[in-house]
Ligand binder design. Structure first.
Ligand SMILES: NC(=O)c1ccc[n+]([C@@H]2O[C@H](COP(=O)([O-])OP(=O)(O)OC[C@H]3O[C@@H](n4cnc5c(N)ncnc54)[C@H](OP(=O)(O)O)[C@@H]3O)[C@@H](O)[C@H]2O)c1
Length: 256
């Protein structure tokens, strides 16, 4: 990178899981604006993926759409085969897709818990293993998107919160193993962000209002706020940040 401190990702290739909508879309567009070609993964909503791919191309970057369930190893394999064929390499992996069962702990079945852990946490393992193969000698960057539920107890968030805690731990373990290969692994943990995901919360309005009132910055965190920190983490500016979880919440979580 030049000494002008401009983040230039030209010639780089990124994969953003769940890159079709919400926070993932904002990340995909930021990376494209910085010059990276971006593969976006989705599971159900093809139209959203097509619209995001078009927006990536409007920013002068190449887009690749990959339909895959990140909870399924064979799907992940197919996704990376496609990336290998199209781009021949990968420099940046953003593990952002998430799902999960929102229920009080006493109503959660073990299968709900396993499902949530697979999609939100365990997936980082095969994603990273495949990404490393395509990263080569120059190394690369891996960022996982977490949430404050990793370290706080939030009603109905038991399974997702536990999965995010596992994700952040996995980030630290992978970071230690991959740092010698010049691959930095970190996480970004966001406060409440108004995306479609919140529609699944029975107490959505209450959550948004409480979050707003408690946020010293005076507004809710946006997808773009999260995307900017991801951009920083994948840039050369963050070269010595290894295995960290960076909180992006306008100060919400430090309030007493
Ligand atoms: N929203 C918040 O308040 C908030 C706060 C902190 C952290 N986060 C984290 O930020 C990330 C993005 O959240 P969001 O709010 O942007 O979610 P969102 O708007 O619901 O978007 C979810 C994205 O993930 C994809 N997806 C879901 N399940 C998938 C699967 N099994 N395999 C592949 N793709 C899958 C969706 O694709 P389809 O549309 O095709 O299903 C979509 O692109 C998540 O890791 C979430 O935990 C969110």
């Amino acid at each position: 990178m030049s000494s002008s401190l401009c983040i230039d990702l030209k010639g780089k290739t990124a994969l953003v899981t769940g890159g079709s909508r919400g926070i993932g879309r904002a990340i995909a567009l930021r990376l494209a604006e910085a010059g990276a070609n971006v593969a976006i993964n989705y599971l159900r909503h093809r139209t959203a993926a097509s619209e995001t791919a078009q927006a990536i191309e409007e920013r002068g970057a190449q887009a690749l759409i990959l339909k895959a369930n990140v909870g399924e190893e064979e799907h992940i394999q197919r996704m990376f085969d496609e990336i290998g064929k199209t781009f021949g390499r990968l420099d940046i992996l953003v593990s952002n897709a998430a799902s999960g069962v929102l229920k009080p702990a006493l109503e959660l079945k073990l299968k709900h818990f396993h499902h949530t852990m697979d999609i939100n946490a365990a997936t980082l393992l095969p994603l990273t293993q495949h990404a490393v193969e395509l990263m080569g000698a120059d190394g690369g960057r891996i960022v996982a998107v977490s949430s404050l539920g990793a370290v706080r107890a939030i009603p109905n968030y038991t399974a997702v919160g536990a999965s995010k805690a596992a994700l952040e731990s996995l980030v630290r373990h992978l970071a230690v193993e991959l740092a010698p290969r010049n691959i930095n692994v970190n996480a970004v943990s966001a406060g409440i962000v108004e995306t479609d995901a919140l529609r699944h919360f029975p107490n959505r309005e209450q959550l948004l209002q409480a979050s707003l009132e408690r946020t010293p910055a005076g507004r809710l965190t946006t997808p773009a706020d999260v995307a900017d920190v991801v951009l920083f983490l994948v840039s050369d500016l963050a070269r010595m940040i290894v295995g960290q979880t960076i909180v992006v919440d306008g100060g919400y979580s430090i309030m007493g």
